[in-house]
Design a protein around this ligand. Structure first.
Ligand code: NAD
Length: 320
């Protein structure tokens, strides 16, 4: 039996929030925002997922939230906020299909991994309506509308244009009030780049070798490759004019090798399941910037080419 959502939006009025991408992260954010008193509608291309959510709501570690669900392109002029939580390879398509769901002054938030998501969304709705950021909340999808969350995380967000606004703080407050520990952070680009460098190093090597994070740390040649990718990523960021803290990124990779030993990064999970990876936004995103700013990044280039090879092989297998 699903209990009605008990929360009442604490600060400001309740928002109508459309979550595009009802996977692990969309379910986490949408479920918590619904329980905090917002009206949440999930949109996904997976009909079975939408049907299950419409019927049962969503569940985080067994705790239910009531939500609505709709197929892409069926909502018009309803959303104060649209949160895009597809994988980055679907960002442009998902945004184009669902832009009409926004109210005229509605905002779009992306906390997806990789570079270029905010810019792809801005091409559809205009840069002034886009909020960008990162999250390290961990969520695993168990079944349609059902996730397991082991641990806690944070959210950092700011506008894509760099400008401050009351609406940006309203969104940050709503996420915090829903228990998602959000901060409005003017230096959000630093956080986005530090996360993409971390992901380029560990996710890519895990996907290519089949190794969990601890195994990468234990084996010298791949550990050194991970640290070389971090060094290249930092050089690319600096060339692009983004300040990152090299020691902090290196230390977070080493911390993961020591303390998240059994973790299988999402890119490895994608390869094992025969799904396309986020290589274009992660390693490919850094590589694009390296080319744009005239910086050599041979380790990143090699990893990106090999990952694209894996994606290509998986695509051929899916067609057979
Ligand atoms: P997921 O694969 O679990 O969910 C993605 C959902 O998007 C799926 O339900 C899929 O059917 C849907 N989708 C695909 N194309 C669509 C379209 N055109 N329109 C609407 N829906 C569409 O992915 P996830 O793990 O939730 O990750 C989402 C993003 O968050 C990624 O960029 C990921 O790297 C990032 N992220 C994930 C985690 C995590 O712990 N899972 C943590 C931090 C960041």
């Amino acid at each position: 039996m699903i209990q009605p959502n008990v929360g009442k939006a604490k600060r400001g009025s309740a928002m109508k929030i459309v979550i595009v991408g009802a996977g692990a992260m969309g379910t986490l954010f949408g479920g918590r925002l619904a329980r905090a008193g917002h009206q949440v509608v999930f949109v996904d291309t997976d009909n079975a997922r939408i049907g299950a959510i419409a019927q049962q709501g969503v569940f985080e570690n067994g705790v239910a939230a009531l939500c609505e669900a709709a197929l892409p392109g069926t909502l018009e002029g309803v959303a104060d906020l649209l949160i895009l939580f597809t994988k980055s390879l679907h960002t442009a398509l998902a945004m184009k299909a669902n832009a009409a769901a926004l109210k005229p002054d509605g905002l779009v938030l992306t906390l997806q991994n990789g570079l270029g998501n905010g810019e792809a969304i801005a091409e559809v709705v205009g840069a002034s309506r886009v909020l960008v950021g990162i999250t390290n909340w961990p969520a695993d999808l168990l079944d349609h509308g059902r996730i397991h969350v082991d641990g806690a995380g944070i959210v950092k967000l700011w506008s894509l244009t760099g400008e401050d606004s009351p609406a940006l703080h309203t969104v940050s407050d709503a996420l915090s009030d829903a228990g998602l520990s959000a901060t409005a952070e003017p230096s959000v680009q630093q956080a986005i780049w530090e996360k993409v460098i971390f992901n380029a190093a560990l996710n890519g090597i895990a996907a290519l070798t089949g190794m969990a994070v601890g195994q990468i740390g234990d084996f010298g040649p791949v550990r050194e490759l991970a640290m070389r990718i971090v060094t290249e990523g930092v050089v690319v960021a600096e060339a692009a004019g983004v300040t990152v803290e090299p020691d902090k990124v290196g230390a977070s990779v080493e911390f993961a090798m020591e303390h998240h030993r059994g973790h299988k990064p999402s890119m490895l999970q994608d390869v094992e399941a025969g799904r396309p990876t986020e290589v274009d936004a992660i390693q490919g995103g850094l590589l694009k910037a390296a080319i744009q700013w005239g910086v050599a990044a041979p380790a990143l280039e090699t990893c990106a080419a090999l990952l694209r090879g894996l994606d290509h092989r998986a695509a051929i297998t899916r067609k057979c």
